[in-house]
Design a protein around this ligand. Structure first.
Ligand SMILES: Cc1ncc(C[n+]2csc(CCOP(=O)(O)OP(=O)(O)O)c2C)c(N)n1
Length: 562
């Protein structure tokens, strides 16, 4: 029986196991919405801006390790998604973005609400499609999910013209998909892994450096087993936070521009750097010519194009992080590591010395320190919350002062660094995990970029909590101006912000404020006890800085300390 294209699309999405779509309707997708409302399997979350639909799908994907899905109309609906797509692309988040398009006969005619979204998103999607024929629709959806979720994950966009969703065809569900030109390598080369085992046995100062790839491939357990077996300390990128428990003695904290002193010094001094699921971003490496210059570098990654892209590596291993670590653990199981603890003593003692002399620290005086707020959030939640962030100092303090013990709990726009990410991502995470406490740690600048999503949170009863570290500045840019531009605070003071308490109330949510250190804990406790969305306005020290800080392009040991 022939059915309408829109119905085929919804059936294909249902067959992919889609339960949630974040979206915003319009003329080009009205037929799809007409079918979507009939679905008993898929729920739609109406956001207030298409950018938020993508960030919410991103937050959803990261919280549950499933692909996020969003649906928007053609033209402005589609262009509004681009920042969110680019962010998901940088962070390798599996996602399918469905955009409406004008009728095929109008494409290229500068028609009303027409843009070439396939052209626009080509550099920031893993793959994208324009479906020109109803016969290709079901297969394209199947392929889109396959590409988004396999190999190195990423966003895939499917642009669907209005006449295609209005056309009729038979729906034949596809069981499996095979693409001749796309074959990710999951199994690592065992010979190369054997070489890594030898390197581990010979190393005096090994260091494990993990990234978001560990979380994406769900390899945390294998990583923990690996690190403990070889007694090597562990550091991760921002994206890797939670992949290794922060409460473990081998944990060093994050490395890079705002990494811990001990993590950066260990990277500079190690003789073997085992990098897993990382891409050597410049925020991590600093000056590439001196990065880990005393070490042999092993790089395990699913994406062959990321190997030796930024940093030349000695031993490349193309494979899935989880499978590679399983195989490596298997090989190591046959080795005798009894004396390993003793042989690591001087290396681990050295790291302990770095830690005790240059800890992450701040002094709490009469004015609330932002770090204090984050620490209290951690203490009260006991680490059992999903934390999203905006971008700037708030993001770095969250990374430094909230101790992540589990994966999928820290959701942040790492690669692209998108202000306005945190609230919609928190909404997505809350949809994915209705019983979890979801907290967006925000800056007063960033939160204003997608604050309209409070309405979405209210409409769908999503009790997200927003902790604004309100310093009255675009703080991270102000910090750079302070350090590198002779304190010329050009256009970074937010001399007018809304009254966030009243703003929360205007949305029907709860607004709370703390202006003194002793008010922080009561405000947090009240917020966390509420079953509504809450905005907390913490009026913090205006010119507090994030330290350590490695100036852009400097060696990672050249850290500015408080
Ligand atoms: C969309 C977007 N525009 C601009 C920037 C550049 N930027 C990075 S951090 C920052 C300041 C953020 O200020 P705020 O949200 O108040 O947070 P704070 O640093 O004070 O914690 C800016 C403007 C960005 N990352 N994203």
């Amino acid at each position: 029986m022939k059915i309408k294209g829109a119905e085929i699309l919804i059936k294909a999405l249902e067959d992919e196991g889609v339960e949630i779509i974040f979206g915003f309707p319009g003329g080009a997708v009205i037929d799809i919405y007409d079918e979507l409302i009939k679905s008993e399997k898929i729920k739609h979350i109406l956001v207030r801006h298409e950018q938020a639909a993508v960030h919410a799908a991103d937050g959803y994907a990261r919280a549950v390790s499933k692909p996020g899905v969003c649906l928007v109309t053609s033209g402005p609906g589609a262009t509004n998604t681009v920042t969110g797509i680019a962010s998901a692309y940088c962070d390798s988040i599996p996602m399918v973005i469905l955009t409406g398009q004008v009728n095929t006969s109008l494409i290229g005619n500068d028609a009303f609400q027409e843009v070439d979204i396939v052209g626009i998103t080509r550099p920031c999607t893993k793959h994208n499609y324009l479906v020109k024929d109803i016969k290709d629709l079901a297969k394209t959806i199947k392929e889109a999910f396959y590409i988004a979720t396999t190999g190195r994950p990423g966003p895939v966009l499917v642009d669907i013209p209005k006449d295609v969703v209005q056309a009729f065809a038979e729906y034949k569900p596809l069981k499996a998909i095979k693409m001749r030109s796309y074959n990710p390598t999951y199994e690592p080369n065992m010979k190369q892994l054997g070489r890594v085992v030898e390197m581990i046995k010979n190393a005096k100062r090994p260091l494990i450096f993990g990234g978001g790839g560990i979380i994406l491939s769900r390899a945390s357990k294998e990583l923990i087993k690996f690190a403990r077996k070889i007694q090597a300390p562990v550091t991760t990128t921002l994206m890797g936070l939670g992949a290794y428990p922060a409460s473990d003695p081998l944990w060093l904290g994050m490395l890079g521009m705002h990494g811990t002193y001990r993590a950066n010094m260990s990277t500079a001094e190690c003789d073997l750097l085992i990098s897993i699921g990382v891409r050597f971003d410049d925020r991590v490496t600093g000056k590439t010519s001196t990065f880990a210059s005393k070490a042999k570098i092993v790089h395990i990654d699913i994406d062959p194009t990321s190997i030796s892209k930024n940093i030349a590596v000695h031993t490349p291993i193309v494979g899935d992080c989880k499978i590679s670590l399983e195989r490596l653990n298997g090989l190591l199981g046959e080795e005798d590591f009894k004396g390993i603890k003793a042989s690591r003593k001087s290396w681990l003692d050295q790291i302990e010395m770095w830690k005790s002399t240059k800890p992450l620290a701040y002094e709490q005086g009469d004015i609330i320190k932002p770090q204090f707020v984050v620490e209290k959030i951690f203490e009260i939640t006991k680490g059992d919350a999903i934390i999203t962030t905006e971008v700037g100092q708030n993001q770095m303090w969250a990374a430094q002062f909230y101790n992540f013990d589990k994966p999928n709990c820290f959701i942040t726009s790492g690669g692209l660094g998108v202000m306005g990410f945190g609230l919609p991502a928190a909404i997505g995470a809350q949809v994915a995990c209705p019983d979890k406490l979801v907290i967006d740690i925000a800056g007063d600048g960033s939160i204003q970029m997608n604050i309209q999503e409070m309405a979405t949170a209210m409409q769908f009863n999503l009790p997200v909590k927003i902790a604004i570290l309100n310093n009255g500045y675009l703080g991270m840019v102000r910090q750079w101006q302070e350090l590198f531009y002779k304190k010329c605070y050009s256009c970074t003071e937010m001399s007018h912000t809304p009254d966030f308490v009243k703003l929360a109330e205007a949305f029907g949510a709860v607004g709370l404020r703390a202006t003194k250190p002793e008010e922080v804990v009561p405000v947090l406790k009240k917020a966390f006890a509420s079953d509504k969305p809450v905005i907390m306005d913490f009026v913090v020290e205006r010119e507090e800085g994030v330290y350590p800080m490695v100036p852009s392009g400097a060696d990672i040991t050249e850290m500015l300390l408080v």
